[in-house]
Design a protein around this ligand. Structure first.
Ligand SMILES: Cc1cc2nc3c(=O)[nH]c(=O)nc-3n(C[C@H](O)[C@H](O)[C@H](O)COP(=O)(O)O)c2cc1C
Length: 181
């Protein structure tokens, strides 16, 4: 599919089918993420794919309890990708300090969107999840508390007919212009 059509088709999925996702498809999503550009080529990411049913249920119970219950839909996803924000290279960190820019977050965003678009191309749905119990996720997966997890990505097959309404986007003239602000 042409890239722009793929981008137009993609919507966040919050209701997944109980169908396992093939490992080779997951690997293609990870490959798309692996090839993402990053500041100073830092590649400040690590992806932990949780597709073991029992572990995934445990992870979701910890991630989406209490305050974070609003994201309980995550429990329906057969796969949860935990994205650890690793330390950027010195140059990216020092440059970021001067610029007041968290390059690593941009890097993580690019890599995750690569993953998401590859998933879409493979007929898989995704939802970015930024609101979750980070401490809970770390303790279930034995990730040191000193690590930072900024995002989870729910991944799995879904029924397109059951997708929620489209989220609107700002009109082009509000978000872009040529040659001046
Ligand atoms: C960084 C980030 C964090 C997000 N966190 C959540 C979340 O915690 N829960 C959720 O349901 N959706 C989350 N989303 C999905 C957005 O709500 C969604 O992308 C937006 O409403 C546009 O809808 P669409 O993806 O269907 O086009 C997140 C998206 C991004 C990029």
């Amino acid at each position: 599919m042409a890239l722009l059509d793929l981008i137009k088709n993609r919507k966040s999925v919050r209701d997944f089918l109980d169908t396992p996702v093939e490992r080779d498809k997951i690997m293609m999503c990870l490959e798309a993420a692996r090839l993402a550009p990053s500041a100073s080529n830092s590649q400040p990411w690590r992806f932990i794919v949780v597709d073991d049913r029992e572990l995934k249920d445990k992870l979701c119970a910890a991630a989406f309890s209490g305050l974070y219950r609003i994201n309980s839909f995550g429990k329906t996803a057969p796969v949860m990708v935990v994205v650890i924000s690793e330390k950027s290279k010195f140059l990216a960190r020092i440059g970021g300090m001067f610029r007041g820019t968290k390059y690593y977050l941009i890097d993580i965003g690019v890599a995750c969107e690569h993953l998401v678009l590859e998933a879409e191309d493979l007929g898989l749905g995704t939802c970015w999840i930024g609101w979750f119990n980070e401490r809970g996720v770390k303790s279930v997966l034995n990730i040191p508390q000193s690590k930072k997890i900024d995002i989870l990505i729910a991944l799995g097959y879904y029924d397109r007919e059951k997708l929620g309404p489209e989220h609107g986007r700002e009109p082009m003239d509000k978000i872009a212009s040529f040659n001046s602000y």
